[in-house]
Unconditional design. Structure first.
Length: 239
């Protein structure tokens, strides 16, 4: 009988994933501190990424060093924010947000992920119009709590609340996102996920080999250290 990976191997893989995630958080914290200051009380962008980083168990001193790099107290970390846009198989729109200290390297890596899997890197603006920036919060609650979630979210400024099959999605403008998130937390609701993201206006359904190719593009992009976030309008149905 075959055996699965050892505990040590699984832990090693988990440590590697956490390390890559921390790398992305560190860059985001650094840039947020550089652009908006090192005090999370007056820097909403920094406050949001710190919440996510600490939820992923990033040590506080790691976050503090990243803040100091952003404010110039520990050297001058020059990360450039760049957004790349392109299409995957089946006409799927893909948008890639990067932070890099070497744009030449980054664009080559991003282009390779697209071209290797049947996609094409496009010009700036080629797919951005298909997405809108929005705050998105997911909760898992029984039906008896849906009315309470709806009331708390809308009172705090949410735009829409959608419940389906035991899950609730709350949508809010980026400006109202933090107030809505805090209101739900204050009411004792457990948030599965909360972030400001780029939401596609419509989805593109792809199946079979096209779906597999789109999934590979996204996976390759997300594995790049310079890539912070990948957005797509793919509704995948892999064969």
């Amino acid at each position: 009988m075959g055996r699965g990976p050892s505990i040590a191997a699984r832990k090693g893989a988990e440590d590697a994933r956490r390390g890559k995630l921390f790398t992305k958080f560190i860059r985001e914290i650094t840039v947020a501190a550089r652009t908006g200051g090192g005090d999370p009380r007056s820097n909403a962008r920094l406050r949001l990424v710190l919440d996510k980083a600490f939820a992923a168990n990033m040590p506080k001193d790691t976050a503090e060093r990243a803040i100091k790099r952003g404010t110039g107290e520990l050297g001058d970390a020059q990360y450039e924010e760049i957004r790349y846009e392109g299409y995957g198989p089946g006409g799927v729109a893909i948008m890639v947000d990067c932070m890099t200290d070497n744009p030449t390297r980054t664009v080559a890596d991003v282009r390779h992920a697209f071209s290797k899997n049947g996609g094409n890197l496009g010009n700036s603006g080629s797919v951005a119009y298909l997405f809108a920036e929005i705050g998105q919060i997911f909760l898992q609650q029984d039906a008896s709590k849906e009315e309470q979630i709806l009331e708390a979210a809308l009172e705090a400024g949410a735009d829409d609340v959608i419940s389906d099959d035991g899950y609730t999605e709350v949508l809010a403008s980026p400006d109202a996102f933090e107030a809505v998130k805090n209101a739900l937390t204050a009411k004792g609701f457990e948030l599965l996920q909360a972030d400001v993201t780029m939401r596609p206006a419509t989805m593109v359904h792809v199946t079979g080999e096209q779906a597999e190719s789109v999934a590979r593009i996204v996976e390759m992009l997300e594995d790049l250290d310079d890539v912070q976030k990948v957005y797509s309008n793919a509704d995948l149905d892999a064969a």
